[in-house]
Design a protein around this ligand. Sequence first.
Ligand SMILES: O=C(O)CCC(=O)C(=O)O
Ligand SMILES: [Fe+2]
Length: 355
Amino acid sequence: MAGYAPSAKIELQNKPVQEIAEGGGDVVPERYIHREISGAGSFDATLPYMDCAPIDLQLLSSSSPNRQEELDKLRSALHSWGCFQVVNHGMPASSMGKMREAGKQFFALPMEEKRKYSRPVDDLEGYGHDTFVSEDRILDWTDRLYLLAFPEERRRLKFWPEKPPLLREKLREYAIKSQEILELVLNAMALSLGLEEKSFLKQYGENGMIFARFNFYPRCPRPDCILGIKQHSDGSAVTIVLQDEKVEGLQVLKDDQWFKVPIIPDALFINAGDQVEIMSNGIFKSPVHRVVTNSESERLSVAMFCTPDPENEIGPSDELITDDRRQSYKKVKNYPMIYYHYYELGETPLSSVKI
Ligand SMILES: O=C(O)CCC(=O)C(=O)O
Ligand SMILES: [Fe+2]
């Protein structure tokens, strides 16, 4: 296969993707190649777009007579897609722009500057790329900066880049706003299912955490067989994604068909994570999604993974367990631990807690 270089495997597998990409040429290490899907048009640009109407967050949490209609829209989007785009979310467009700018400026820094924030092998936080214990896991064409961003007092600033100065300041603000959005969304989710408004937020707990992940996808010489992020669902309760303002790449699986997520200016993309699928007893889906690469443009996104208090027990709400709908998930604590264990092995984490 053209561009397939087995001999490069050991030498290159731990390099940042950005360095491989900057090396030029179309030879990429074997560990990035999805052989089962390689071939022209695998990640076809002609795929349909996800055609789900954006949700108005302000309306969801208002006392307007149109609120119920918006709650119904939310329930239907989460049931069929597991995700939606949100407008009127309260995140200033300027904050969104600054976050993208900060991320782009960070990845544009010289490697030695970025390496000051490298993720240690036994840690989740810091700058780095995929590392898998298992040799046969295919690697993602992305470099990342992963930081616990909320609550503020739990930040580990040694991983927070000093350059560009914009990053620390803007991420701090962005995380506080993200927590507000999360709370509104969890409450609306519960209400839309006829539950007590705070029931999901109570499960989430007061000691929940938000992890920010800047995903940088360099230009890729083989978009036909290399993925920016392989298909997965998120281990969070809710993920709030700030997409690149120009470059598409995110795709969602629904009924065995991939759909492209369109770029809607000033909207945020929100998806349920596995823990909301559990709380809703499977009524809401934690969608399988992936990111494709492209050879023309790099792409940057920022995902905010809203993660319940690891001490809290997460489980299907009692009211959602009925004669017609049996309990489909076990109660879990610290689900991300379970998630990473199965993800490493290439298995579906959520299956391990299904009854
Ligand atoms: O880059 C994106 O648009 C989504 C990223 C994503 O799915 C993730 O970080 O889990
Ligand atoms: Fe994701």
